[in-house]
Design a protein around this ligand. Sequence first.
Ligand code: UD1
Length: 437
Amino acid sequence: MYLGGFKVKSIGLDTSGKMIVRGPQKAKGQIMVSGSKNSVLPIMGASLLTDEDIVLKNVPDLADVRTMIEILESAGKEVERYDDELVIKSSGILNSEIPYEPVRKMRASFNVYGPLTIRKGYAKVALPGGCSIGARPVDFHLEGLKKLGIESNIEHGFVTSSLIKPNKEINVSLPFPSVGATEHILTTACLLDGVKTTITNCAIEPEVTDLINFLNEMGARIFGSETSILKIEGVKKLKGIEYTVIPDRIEAGTYIIMGALIGQDLIVKNVTADHLHSLFSIFEKMGSPIDYDSKRREVKISALQLSTLKSISMETAPFPGFPTDLQPQMTTLLSLVSGRSTITETVFKSRFYHIDELNRMGAKIRVEDNTAIIEGVNKLSGAPVEATDLRAAAALLIAGLVAEGETVITNVDHIFRGYEKIQEKMEKIGVDLFYVK
Ligand code: UD1
């Protein structure tokens, strides 16, 4: 029974808002981590593989989730939200042409292309464009899908597909363990009835595992979860299910890093340590291990004595390596750790647009090739800065909270793509933010 629910309205993403932060501040009390954005998006896309009802729980109310709702609605689904629950139903019509606007807002929406082609024999989806964290092509997706029998033609900014009968045994080898390509290809292969697909060099991010668990509960036959080789035995039909999405490890990591700078016994709740080992081990290397309570699944953290921490050299890498989505926030922290630290970015090699902004706040960071060289300073000072993407916005917010004086972050609305109820959550832990549209 879902009495009292409401029809979800789709909204566009306008990034023009400003956030005003006066630092330094303290964060105390408890902050709860929401459901994972990067899990729920591909899971919502995979709901297109069935006409039966899908009920998703622990779904964060984020701009990106609303964009995915817009996509599902344009494909003919009816979506209702009840607090943190989404109910996805079929309207009886399945449309496989997805317009430019939602795909422009969020690349993850491109992953409906393969599933729609399998269901309808044809799809037309806008080709995602560039992105402010660096080049993000979809060549691995299209090459993998081609092996599954999906021929693609790019024209006027759209990719159009046609389906040919695939071989009974298919091997796809990814040149890089891309999260999106792994998810797209494995989801599409599930409904290739009677076909055995092997994908090698897969991404093993927890969000990929969450998607596999979801699909297997729907009746898919995917083997090799959490390993770099996945085997999928295509089935004819998948069924509707109820499924709870994992907690967001990037949101958790962001609040832990924030706690390391401004926490006063801050408790970050709903944290899965297995998903954050790389972050925990960086804190250990700096000389300040994370206090994790495995029974309560929470981290307790207070502002660290930055002058006593060890500087470090680290790199981002596919899971279980350090996530690129925590690199900007970690850069803010390291900018205040004495000595020289370095972060090499191996996933999105030019993801450094936040660095000029941090330097405007007094950080001393330079970029050489794909490495940020950080000379620790003993304070940051508030300044007008601009957020270029979601995680850059989070890094600048943390910087603004620890800096002396006023920081005004323009284009801050990126933050609403990935941090559910951020103003409310911050208020609860005693942090003041002023948001101006
Ligand atoms: C996903 C995450 C994003 C995260 C990233 C890396 C979602 C919705 N987004 O993005 O938050 O930062 O994983 O963990 O889950 N590449 C190609 N060709 C392709 C596909 C990827 O060259 O066809 C390259 C990319 O340019 C990048 C690297 O592979 O350098 C990794 O990208 P990928 O793992 O695909 O990232 P996304 O799935 O887009």
